[in-house]
Design a protein around this ligand. Structure first.
Ligand code: GTP
Ligand code: MG
Length: 204
């Protein structure tokens, strides 16, 4: 899919104030610093569209970006981190949870995982919660440029094995590098396919 236009629309702390209408949206979630905002910039080929930082906790709001005037990319705050401690973390958790559970337009949630790490409890629990809540999601491994090919495939294999301890089936899995622009075509093709099926069958 070609991205012709990508426009920042609005930032919110409350899902009820997010854009109205029925355009499908795809949100990016994961631990702070995993590379959500960088991935969005890579997908849209707009370097400064979503704000990135080396310091975790950069994105603190629900950010809507309108793509091709047809669908939204949503940048979310990271989970599991808050500079100012427990209260902040709790506040962010609520923003994320409410958005994920209540936002009707949310079509697929991309859960980002740093490919360098072994399976972390916080991510596994988050995905379990998504499963229990009936939220469709896909996994996106980030920062693949930081590992050798062998190491990468070893880590992905370990992750899949871990997931299969609790999941009957694996979700779609994508490998990406914002740095090397890898995985872009695959992710956009996946989104395009869903958009097309929604246009044909409607948002039932
Ligand atoms: P929060 O908004 O704080 O939750 O973080 P985020 O998940 O949006 O991460 P962000 O995109 O801001 O990236 C965090 C850091 O990781 C930045 O220093 C990025 O340059 C770096 N980074 C992101 N993606 C990649 C990648 O694919 N490869 C490499 N090498 N670095 C990356
Ligand atoms: Mg961010």
């Amino acid at each position: 899919m070609e991205i012709k236009t990508a426009e920042f629309v609005i930032s919110n702390t409350d899902y009820r104030k997010c854009p109205e209408g029925v355009k499908p949206e795809y949100a990016f979630i994961g631990r702070s610093n995993v590379g959500k905002s960088s991935l969005i910039n890579m997908l849209t080929k707009r370097k400064g569209l979503a704000m990135t930082s080396q310091t975790p906790g950069k994105t603190l709001l629900i950010n809507h970006f309108l793509i091709n005037r047809e669908w939204y990319i949503v940048d979310l705050p990271g989970y599991g981190y808050a500079r100012r401690g427990k209260e902040d973390r709790e506040r962010l958790r609520r923003i994320i949870e409410d958005y994920v559970l209540e936002r009707q337009q949310l079509t697929c949630l991309f859960v980002l995982l740093d490919c360098r790490h072994t399976p972390q409890q916080i991510d596994l629990e988050f995905m379990e919660w998504l499963g229990e809540s009936g939220i469709p999601f896909a996994i996106v491994f980030t920062k693949t440029d930081k590992l050798s090919r062998n190491c990468l495939s070893e880590n992905i294999k370990t992750y899949k094995t871990k997931l299969l301890e609790t999941w009957e089936e694996l979700p779609p899995i994508f490998l990406t590098s914002a740095e090397k622009r890898e995985g872009r075509d695959e992710l956009l093709a996946y989104i395009e396919e869903i958009n097309r099926s929604l246009a044909t069958h409607g948002n039932e």
